[in-house]
Structure formats: C-alpha cells, structure tokens
Design a protein around this ligand. Sequence first.
Ligand code: CP
Ligand code: NVA
Length: 331
Amino acid sequence: MGVNLSGRSFVRLLDFTTEEIEYLLKLSKNFKDMKRAGVPHRYLEGKNIVLLFQKTSTRTRCAFEVGGMDLGMGVTYLDPGSSQMGKKESIEDTARVLGRMYDGIEFRGFAQEDVDELAAKAGVPVWNGLTDLWHPTQMLADVLTMQENFNYDLKGRTVVFMADAANNVARSMMVVCAKLGMNFVGCAPKTNWPDAALVEECSAIAAENGCTVRLTEDPADGCAGADVIYADVWVSMGEPDEVWAERIANLEPYRVTEQVMGYASDEAIFLHCLPAFHDTNTTVGAEKAEQFGITEMEVADDVFESKRSKVFDEAENRMHTIKAVMYATLK
Ligand code: CP
Ligand code: NVA
C-alpha cells in the first residue's frame, strides 16, 4: 500500500518510517520543480492554517506562509506576544479553539510537551516548527539539499554534526540519518553529546538501515572522509545568557574552518540550518565579539561564503519541504 499521511501530525521524525520520510522528500522535489516551472499548485484552496510562534523565526515562518499561500490556503500568523496561549489560556484550550477554526496548526515553542499536547487535542494536523528537543521540518530541507548534491543517492554517506551535538537540530539529524541509511557523527566535547538513551535508540535504527551512529571529541577523526559537515549555533533559543562563556570556551575547537573542511571528502558540502554567526554583522555577533574577542563562532566566514557552502539552497528548501508536509497531511 502507498504512503498516506492524511490527517497525521508532524511533531518528531521518530514517529515516521523510512518510507514515509522518503515519500515527503519526493513530494518536496515535485513541489520545487513545479514552483521553478511556474506551474500553479493551489491544491488546498479553501483551507486555512495558523502559525503559532513562541520564539522568533525567519525561515520557518516564511516557509509556512509562502508554502501555505502557494497551496491556496489562508494563513494566520500569531507572534510570541499576541495570543492568549500560555498566559490566559492553556495549550489544551487553545488547541481545542484553533482546531475548530483551522485545518492545520504550526507551532514553534519551548517545550516538546506543548506541541505534543496540541497534536493530541487539536483534532487537526499539528506541525512542529521547532522545540527545545526537535526541529523535524528542518531535516527534510537538509536532506533534500544533500540529495541534490549527491545525485539523490544518500545511502552510506556520512554527516558530521559539529559542536553542540546535544541540541534540537543535532538530535533530529541523528534520527533522520539513522532512518535514511546515512552514518551520523556527532563531533563535540562530551559535555555536548546527545543523551545516551537517544543515541542507543538511533543506533538500533541505524543498524537496521545499514549505517552507524558515532560520537567523537576529535574533529580530525570525526570529519575524516565525511560528505556533509553541519553546523548550528552554539547557544540555542531559550537557553540562558549565562551559558555563552562556557559554550564558547568548550566549542571553539569545533568551529567549522577550512582546516576542518579539509578533513572531509573532496566533494563534501557545508550545511547550516541558519541563522549563523559567521561574522560580526549582527547585534549578537558584535556583542559577543566585544565580550569574548571572537569574530566568528560556529563557522568561519570563508567556509560560510565558499562554494562548498549550500546554506542558501538549504534555506530555500525549507519552503518546498514544508509545503510537502502540509500537502501530505491536509490533502
Ligand atoms: N532554520 C530555522 O529554523 O530558521 P528560523 O529560525 O529563521 O525559522
Ligand atoms: N538550535 C537552534 C536552531 C535554530 C534554527 C535553536 O534552537 O535556536
């Protein structure tokens, strides 16, 4: 039987089979081809979605908005300060209200339990646009970008996640690699390794799919021959300001530099979910430069700007992949 995701929520990739993830990736490519060719695809005309954001966003919000509009849907955006949710109204009540008005709900927030609760109570598909634990829609864009660079053949490729390998993006990457037959390497100090239970779970999934999950503290060892070097911020949204000093001290050896890229395969690409601290042209970047004397954080500017860096293709792919998730679950 073919894949049918109609009515399903999309809150973590562990809930999805390899076949389902591959189906969403194929659909994403179809939507990208249609968009490029100017072929209209207003398949969900008459439906409405709401986007709830407790944290800031550029890519995720815009991908849901443009994706939703391209599919012909009405889109409502509620920013962190402008709904009752969490302040005067519980997540559960909010879910029950929004489920009466909308056909789908996107949620970006802090606690994974909140998006789980929304999904349990809303009665319509709920999509996780990032929580402290997971960032599942990001993974589809990342993998689509890998497919585009490696001729749609990712089995046996190796992805190295550098620096904070315990964060939401790293955890999600470990899962998607295991599910799709790619080797995952978390390259980080032990303080920033993903939790042991998840590593064990992903290792078991990886074994079924002929790949491996590995953690190392050594960038030369971790990146040797790798196909993808992946970076994310050293301090994620929602973490307290006090962690910056310790993170910078611990994670500086894991900055993606030309030397690090040199350990990887000749055709290796650099990916980053963005936003990235690769210079001091942001308020936070300038502030940290002043405070800690560093002008780049997780990625060196020359790597970020190099031909191997596919970060803007990756950012564009957020839209095509999110469109696929909305279509598959709402059609
Ligand atoms: N990668 C990502 O989620 O970007 P935004 O925070 O801009 O949505
Ligand atoms: N780990 C980052 C990802 C941002 C897209 C964060 O949670 O802030």
